[in-house]
Ligand binder design. Structure first.
Ligand SMILES: [Zn+2]
Length: 185
């Protein structure tokens, strides 16, 4: 997320296909952005020292990390264009699809406040968008939990950015694309 004086806005999403802490890979400095956990799950952590040692001794690891960063850059550039040009309904559908890809399940916890913050809009706007999506049978929203009811319909409701970023992941990191779309049960 990018932190501004007016608040925070989501710029990219990371799931089991990726990692955060690019500064460690690039050679130094403190993190320029804030990372926020949105969905429950587990993550692994590695020290900068151990990561750099692994990158030096194993070129394949370095190559993989750099490839992921190439994909991540595509995602950020697309998000910048998306925020400037696309309607909140399309952006909301896109974000729900990105969350769905990474959640590994059709239902996940997500408050409307949080969704509003992610999209950089006021909460009443999200309430209206969520209600419209629910009425269209795309999602079910109950007590802060979202269930994806019609994935294909949600893809049709999303802007082109979802498909562009998804194809970039499949091209740059074919196995990462598999991982992020793997569903439990
Ligand atoms: Zn878009």
């Amino acid at each position: 997320m990018a932190v501004l004086r007016d608040g925070v806005v989501e710029t990219a999403a990371v799931g089991s296909e990726g990692f955060i802490g690019f500064e460690a890979v690039l050679g130094g400095g403190a993190a320029a952005n804030r990372a926020l956990v949105q969905l429950s799950g587990s993550a692994s952590r590695v020290s900068v020292k151990a990561l750099r040692a692994a990158m030096q001794s194993q070129p394949a690891i370095r190559d993989l990390l750099l490839r992921y960063m190439r994909y991540f850059l595509t995602q950020i550039l697309q998000s910048a264009a998306c925020s400037a040009l696309h309607e909140v309904e399309e952006r909301c559908a896109r974000w729900l699809l990105m969350a769905h890809d990474r959640a590994g399940t059709d239902s996940f916890n997500l408050t409307q406040e949080f969704l509003a913050e992610t999209l950089g809009v006021h909460r009443p706007t999200v309430t209206i968008v969520a209600r419209t999506m629910q009425q269209a049978g795309l999602i079910r929203y109950s007590r802060g939990a979202i269930t994806i009811m019609d994935r294909k319909g949600l893809e049709e409701a999303a802007c082109e950015c979802y498909g562009i970023v998804r194809r970039a992941l499949a091209e740059i990191l074919p196995r990462g694309a598999e991982r992020s779309s793997r569903k439990k049960g």
